[in-house]
Every structure is written in C-alpha cells, then in structure tokens.
Design a protein. Structure first.
Lengths: 322, 288
C-alpha cells in the first residue's frame, strides 16, 4: 500500500515540475492519477485471488512432501514418500478408473442429449419458451436437493422408479444405487439429468447467432435437413462444443457433492472418485500429506487434460480458418 | 383449382404435423425434467403412512403439513436458512465489489498484466474445490476462524469472484469509455464520471451477476461440510445433506419439505431473471 501512495506523490510531483499549467499537463496529470486509481480498484481482487487461489496450491504442494501429523503437530519431510504411497495404493487406481468412466460416459451422454434438445428448442412451436425454462430447472436446483429427490424416487421400498419399472415390465434391475453393478450407471444418469441443460443453453445461444440466410441458400440449392445440420449447424457449433466439453469434463472430474450425497463412494467403492478419496484420506484418516499428494496428482492430470483440449481447439480453429 | 387447393391442404397438413411432433417431444422432455421436483413437492404434503403405501399417488390423498411441522420441530431449519442467506449475500456482494473494481481497472486503464490476470482468475475457477479446501480450512483454523460463517463466506469468494469477474467483464466492456472521457473534459472527476455514467449502465449486469453468484453460494456443499461443525451455524445445503445421510431416523415427508424450502429462493430468482438466463449462462458458464 505504501508503495502505491509513494508512486502517487512522485508522479504528481513530476508533473508539476515538468509542465507549467498548459492543457496538456492537466490531462497527463489526470491520466497518471487515473492509472493509480485504476491500480487501487484493481488491487483488492488481485490480492484476494493470490490468497484464495495461488496460496492454497503452494500449500498443498508443500504438504504433499511431508508426513503431517494433525494430533502431534509434528511434520516430517519425507520427499516423494507420499507420492510413492499413493501410486502403490490400489484404491487410487480404482478411484481414477471410476472417475474416467463417470466423466467420459456423463460427458458423451450430455453432449448428445444436449445437442438434440438444443436443436429441438431452437425450432419455432407453441410453448417453446415454457419448455426452455422447464429444462433449466434441474440445473439450478441445489445438488443437495437433486440428490435428495433422486434417493426418494429410487428408494427400494416405496420409490416411484421401481413402481414404474414394475408396471412397464421393462427388464431394468431395481437395485439402482445399492448394488455395485448398477450404482455407477445410476449416478451417471442423475448427473446427466442435472447438468445437460448447461450444454443446451450454450448451444442455443450459438444457434441463434447463425445467420438464417445460410439455411435459405442451402434450401435453394436443394439440400436436405441432414445436410444442413452437417455442413452449417455443426461447423458453427464446433468451437462452442470444444469449450463446453472442456469445462464440463473438468467439473465432472472434480465432482464431489453429487456422488458423495448419493452413495458416499459405495457400494464397495464402485463410485469412489479421486475427490471422494481425497476427502476420506484427509478428513477420515487424517492423513493430510497423502491427501495433498493425491490432490497434486489430480491437479497435474487436469492440467494435462486442459492442454490436450486447448491443442485440439486450436487445431479445429485453424481448420475453420484454413 | 381443386388441385391447387389440395396441394395447399397437403402442405398445411405437413407443417402442422411437424409442429405437433415438436410440441409432443417438448412436452415429454419438460415432464421428464421437472417430474422429480413435482414429486418432491407432492411428497412434502403426504403423510408418513401414505408415502409407504403402494401404489404411489400423484397428488397427496390427504394433504398434510406434517413434514413441514416436523422439520421446524426436529431441526434448526430457520437458522440454517438465515445462515445461507447471510453467507450467500456476503460472498456475492464481496465478489461483486472486487470484480467490478478489477474489471473496471483492467478495461479502462489497460495496465500490463491486466488481461493475464483475468485468465489467472479463470484458472482458479477450474481448480478442484477438494484441493482448495484442505489449505483454506487449515488457514482458518490457524487464525482462529474455524466453524465461522464469516470464514465460510470469504471461502465462497473462491468461486463467486471468478464468476462475477467474467460475467461483469462482458457488461463493462460494452460500455464505451468515450462518454466518461467527455464528462471528464467537462470537469467531472473520474469518480463522478464512473458514478454518473458507467455505473447506471452496469446496474442490470450487476443484478444478474449477483443473482448467479447468490445461487452458486446458496447451493454449495463441500466447503460447508468441511468448515462448519456446530448445529446452529449450518447452511441449508449442509443441514439437508446431513438429513439425507441419516434419513432412516426421519420421515421422507420431512426431508421433502426441507428440499422444497431449500429450493424456494432459487425459484424466486429463477422467475426474476428468466429472460437473462440464456445470456448469463453463455457468458459466465455456471459451475456444477
């Protein structure tokens, strides 16, 4: 803070000595004072981001090289010990595998359903605005409420889903969240229900920006609807699809609350993903060092994933231009 | 003549049957998406006996507020509700002020690293909360703010600030700096120019941003789970989440009642900003 106020004084002084009250000097003095004001209004956010974003990452990296003892407050430096222990831990590998299955299947389903629904809600028909609002609902509802209502509907004694399975006679197993075979598909289904509207909204916004003259020209040339989709709609959506895929797969990979509230990682660890494993390691077994190493590994995986996405995105952009 | 009319009729039929299919699909979609929430509302007015008795009825056979009464009697729900309001409001206002300052500074004064900073903020938005929660929790413990709503609200700034900054950016950058400069040539100070010219134009964007960050904070669960331990300081999400965990002890009517009440603030905002929803989502990309 003192550094900034020093700079204010010196810049004002500089102006006063250099110029002698011409119009230009007023402007430049104001400009300098302005820059200081700009810096002043900017700094609080900057400092906050450093405290809440940058500092935690450094701390986590720090913890990951120590055996941290919460009870005796004695930290022992063990180098890569935590990392080696994590990599030799079968729970880590199964959690990673679970998360990949969870993320990839959720994202593919969300993309397909999101695309179809966006195309549907882009058409003009009576009641369109109401359906647009209706699909947003699941997205805005708290995750806690989504978990609650699905557990209510999937209850094995009085749940309406089992009742619907019974009367429809479809060969759907009625175990849902309670058996190791069906827990993951069920969690994926709920996750898709909760989050695909995000894709619909972004796609809809992009669809509205496509010029209608393109479709009119295509119609005159005698193209089919499928060709219009393939050669006009899809290329226009491509950049947005990349961004949405990146955002959603990172957030799905990071998801904690939905899985925790639905299954707590069970049954038999079949839905446990790295975020839940970190939670169990740090707040269940109080092994802060090992949990931090896990978090650091997850961070590296996410960074890798983002780089791959950005490279693909750049290539797609280049293709679009070239 | 008749042939022409027949052709016209056939074309009308095709247009209408297409519209019919679209409407039918949209109706099915809307039902699938909203049924779980309808089912929760309906369940919140059912008696304990009715919930367990097959076959399930679409609407309660005998309407009862038993679930809501139990919620008020057995839990601290009113306190949770005020806590959530408090935490969501404080963290949103904080994010709004910081975000507005930062984006105004970057947009008007173009200092070195300003743009880079907005991208760094975006990266913090991508960090897994489970990574941030460990050091932030031990930080609050060390400075003696464990189990405090203030610490929770400040922790929520980790996601409300990036969101607010990026959403405000799109609004602030559309306001041209020339009007402000013109006012300043006429003798206004920078603050007056900001206050009289830019701020009024930014207000709609600020309201929309506030609503979005409020919803994000209202829905948050993990940070609350780690940081809050005393019953009286729980947020709605944490309180309901715990009830879901020990559901065997409570009736589903009561849980549903909690779910309904937890959704009401979201519902109010939802009605409030329906028009803006599309713009808001595409700009800031809500977190899930």
């Amino acid at each position: 803070m003192s550094k900034i106020s020093n700079r204010v004084q010196s810049s004002n002084k500089g102006n006063r000595t250099r110029n002698n009250g011409t119009a230009g000097s007023v402007r430049s003095r104001r400009w300098n004072r302005d820059r200081v004001v700009g810096l002043l209004v900017f700094m609080p956010a900057f400092l906050t981001v450093v405290i809440i974003g940058v500092y935690p990452i450094i701390r986590v990296l720090g913890y990951s090289f120590y055996r941290v003892d919460i009870f005796f407050k004695k930290n022992v430096f063990i180098g890569l010990g935590n990392y080696i222990r994590v990599l030799q831990w079968s729970d880590f590998w199964s959690a990673l595998q679970n998360d990949i299955v969870f993320t990839v299947s959720s994202i593919i389903l969300q993309l397909l359903i999101g695309l179809m629904v966006a195309l549907l809600l882009h058409e003009a028909f009576p009641g369109r605005d109401i359906s647009r609002s209706a699909i947003l609902f699941s997205y805005l509802v708290p995750i806690v409420v989504a978990a609650l209502v699905w557990r209510y509907m999937l209850n094995d004694i009085f749940g309406i889903m089992n009742y619907l399975v019974d009367i429809s006679g479809l060969p759907i197993p009625k175990t849902w969240l309670s058996s190791p075979q069906t827990a993951m598909p069920t969690v994926v289904m709920i996750n898709v229900w909760k989050f695909f509207p995000f894709m619909v909204i972004t796609f809809l916004a992009q669809l509205q920006s496509i010029s209608p003259t393109l479709y009119e020209a295509a119609k005159i040339d005698g193209s089919s609807r499928w060709q219009e989709f393939l050669f006009i709609t899809l290329p226009a959506l491509k950049p947005v699809i990349f961004i949405v895929l990146m955002l959603r797969s990172i957030w799905t990979f990071n998801n904690f609350d939905l899985i925790y509230l639905l299954t707590k990682g069970g049954p038999l660890g079949t839905t446990e993903t790295p975020p839940l494993l970190i939670f169990r390691t740090v707040f269940g077994s109080y092994n802060l060092g090992k949990g931090a190493a896990l978090a650091a590994i997850m961070f590296v995986l996410l960074a890798g994933l983002s780089i791959v996405y950005l490279k693909l995105y750049e290539r797609a952009q280049a293709q679009l231009v070239g | 003549m008749t042939e022409k009319r027949a052709k016209q009729m056939r074309r009308n039929l095709r247009v209408w049957s297409r519209k019919g299919i679209l409407v039918a699909l949209a109706v099915i979609l809307s039902i699938v998406m909203t049924f779980p929430l309808f089912w929760m509302v309906s369940g919140s007015f059912k008696s304990r006996g009715e919930i367990y008795k097959p076959p399930p009825s679409l609407l309660p056979r005998d309407w009862t507020t038993e679930g809501y009464e139990m919620l008020m009697y057995y839990t601290n729900f009113p306190a949770w509700f005020t806590n959530s309001l408090l935490v969501a409001t404080v963290s949103s206002i904080f994010a709004l002020l910081l975000g507005l300052g930062a984006i105004y500074g970057v947009a008007r004064f173009k200092f070195i690293g300003g743009r880079a900073f907005t991208y760094i903020v975006l990266i913090t938005y991508m960090l897994p909360p489970i990574l941030l929660v460990i050091p932030l929790y031990s930080f609050w413990v060390r400075i003696g703010l464990a189990d405090s709503l203030l610490a929770l609200a400040l922790t929520y700034v980790t996601f409300t600030l990036p969101f607010a900054l990026w959403m405000l950016r799109s609004y602030i950058e559309t306001i041209s700096p020339e009007m402000e400069e013109a006012a300043m040539v006429d003798g206004a100070t920078r603050f007056q120019a900001f206050h009289k010219i830019t701020l009024p134009q930014a207000v709609p964007g600020m309201i929309a941003t506030f609503i979005f960050t409020f919803i994000l904070a209202w829905n948050e669960y993990l940070y609350a789970l780690v940081m809050i331990s005393s019953e009286s300081k729980k947020t709605v999400a944490l309180g309901i989440g715990n009830l879901v965990g020990v559901k065997a002890l409570f009736s589903w009517g009561m849980l549903n009642a909690g779910g309904v009440l937890a959704t009401i603030p979201i519902l109010i905002f939802f009605v409030f900003l329906q028009k803006r929803l599309v713009a808001g989502f595409s700009v800031g990309a809500l977190k899930g």
